[in-house]
Design a protein around this ligand. Structure first.
Ligand code: JFZ
Length: 444
């Protein structure tokens, strides 16, 4: 009996220790600083759902049962998909990495999975592994690739108990949660082992989550106490390759084993969506947004953000120490909408001229409401003036010593005063930029 008690205590302690202990490897830390320098990535939501032109939640939103949904792969044949074109577009936009849906909530794998035939190679007339093609093209063009993977699965029978979504897809009312996790981990393992990737972007945890805010009317379905065994999954990944960066869209502070913290459609700490507002931890940060209103291709969605809005989002993200992962949802043929291509290329032009103030920087310590954010590299502080009312700019509590101030664009000097901690200068009409007027401050 005594022995059993001791064994039990040892097991509990081990459990606790493993829970709080994660020491990232040296190569992981290097990958994290690469990530923080990178600043801008392309998010790609693409799957058989794209065929319906009603975004990636269509299975849920139209209550499509599995046996009907399974028709989609049988005519998924994206003959215009061109990995080279997509990676080139990302590069033209000034993006340093791509994160693509290898499996979304619909459970369909967009890579060559040996764990299940429900994948692009085995189940579509197209029959090719688009994830492999992207991997090879990314390598050629020197950009990194991340795997988005939805842990929530509307297709797998063992995803049971159900969360609050996918309740009408016709899965049996029984299932084995551990068997589901084994399936999920096997897929994650093959992604980690068989592809040259930089990390994982997990999603779907919230389907089983009790949450502090009422996200949608679906709240009533929320189930408490489902154990995703995330740390087990993370440990497995880092055993395959310690440098893989792991992030999870759980909208909470990161847990042990994670390497970056992500925000969805919000700057770090903000909560305009209703599911944001998580505390900001100490890991590298990322936030993601759509160009229009949708992640997956949505035929009816014509509300595209302007180039100015997109650039400002990127600048604000950088000013808040976060990367910006900007989404495109390729069409059923694999091509990207013209409206999105032109916007991305124009953002890229802005970055060609101003990227120095973004890439490789960290958050500066100067912000004035939403109007001014700052980035910093070494002793150079970049003030990004996003909104200007009148000519004069006043920055209170400026506690740094200044060697020189100039307009970033033409390097002409800025007349300034720094008195009692208030930095004051003016931006004449002819020095104003349409998107973002940047002031370069060399600090002493
Ligand atoms: C998730 C996905 O559901 C979505 O399809 C997309 O992939 C995005 C990047 O990530 O977005 C969420 C997650 C949770 C909620 C809403 C959207 N929620 O709980 O309401």
């Amino acid at each position: 009996m005594k022995k059993i008690v001791i064994l039990f205590l040892v097991l509990i302690c081990q459990g606790l220790i493993s829970q709080e202990k994660y020491t990232p490897a040296k190569e992981n830390l290097e990958a994290r600083s690469w990530f923080e320098d990178a600043k801008f990535g392309m998010f790609i939501h693409w799957g058989v759902y794209s065929l319906l032109g009603d975004a990636e939640w269509v299975m849920q939103h139209q209550d499509i049962p599995i046996d009907r949904y399974e028709l989609l792969p049988t005519f998924f044949n994206p003959i215009d998909f061109d990995a080279k074109e997509i990676v080139t577009l990302a590069k033209e936009a000034g993006m340093k990495y791509i994160t693509i849906t290898t499996k979304h909530h619909d459970g369909f794998a967009m890579y060559d999975s040996k764990v299940s035939d429900y994948n692009i190679v085995a189940a579509t007339p197209y029959g090719k592994d688009i994830f492999r093609m992207l991997e090879q093209e990314c390598k050629k063009q020197g950009i990194k690739l991340f795997a988005y993977y939805s842990q929530l699965d509307w297709h797998h029978p063992d995803y049971f108990p159900r969360g609050w979504t996918g309740r009408k897809t016709g899965r049996p009312e029984t299932g084995n949660w551990e068997a589901y996790l084994a399936y999920q981990d096997a897929q994650i393992k093959e992604l980690a082992e068989n592809y040259d990737i930089a990390g994982f972007w997990f999603d779907g945890w919230w389907d089983q989550a009790p949450h502090k805010t009422d996200w949608h009317e679906a709240v009533e379905y929320r189930i408490k106490g489902i154990d995703w065994k995330l740390e087990r999954t993370y440990k497995m990944i880092h055993e395959v390759d310690p440098k893989l960066l792991i992030g999870n869209n759980h909208h909470e502070l990161p847990i042990a084993g994670e390497d970056f913290q992500m925000f969805e459609r919000d700057l770090p700490g903000k909560n305009t969506t209703g599911f944001g507002g998580a505390e900001i931890g100490s890991l590298p940060l990322e936030t993601c947004e759509t160009i229009n209103q949708s992640w997956g291709f949505n035929l009816q969605d014509g509300k595209h953000k302007s180039v100015k809005e997109l650039v400002l989002y990127l600048v604000k993200a950088a000013g808040n120490n976060a990367n910006f992962l900007l989404n495109v949802g390729p069409m059923p043929n694999g091509g990207i909408q013209e409206e999105h291509k032109t916007r991305l290329r124009t953002v890229g032009k802005w970055l060609q001229a101003n990227g120095e103030t973004i890439y490789g920087t960290r958050q500066g310590n100067v912000t004035v409401e939403e109007k001014i954010v700052s980035t910093q590299k070494g002793n150079i502080l970049y003030l990004h003036i996003l909104e200007l009312t009148g000519e004069e700019v006043r920055i209170p509590d400026f506690d740094r010593k200044i060697k020189k101030i100039s307009f970033f664009t033409d390097k002409t000097p800025v007349d300034f005063t720094l008195r009692k901690g208030e930095l004051k200068f003016s931006v004449p009409e002819n020095k104003r930029e349409h998107i973002d007027t940047i002031i370069e401050i060399t600090l002493k």
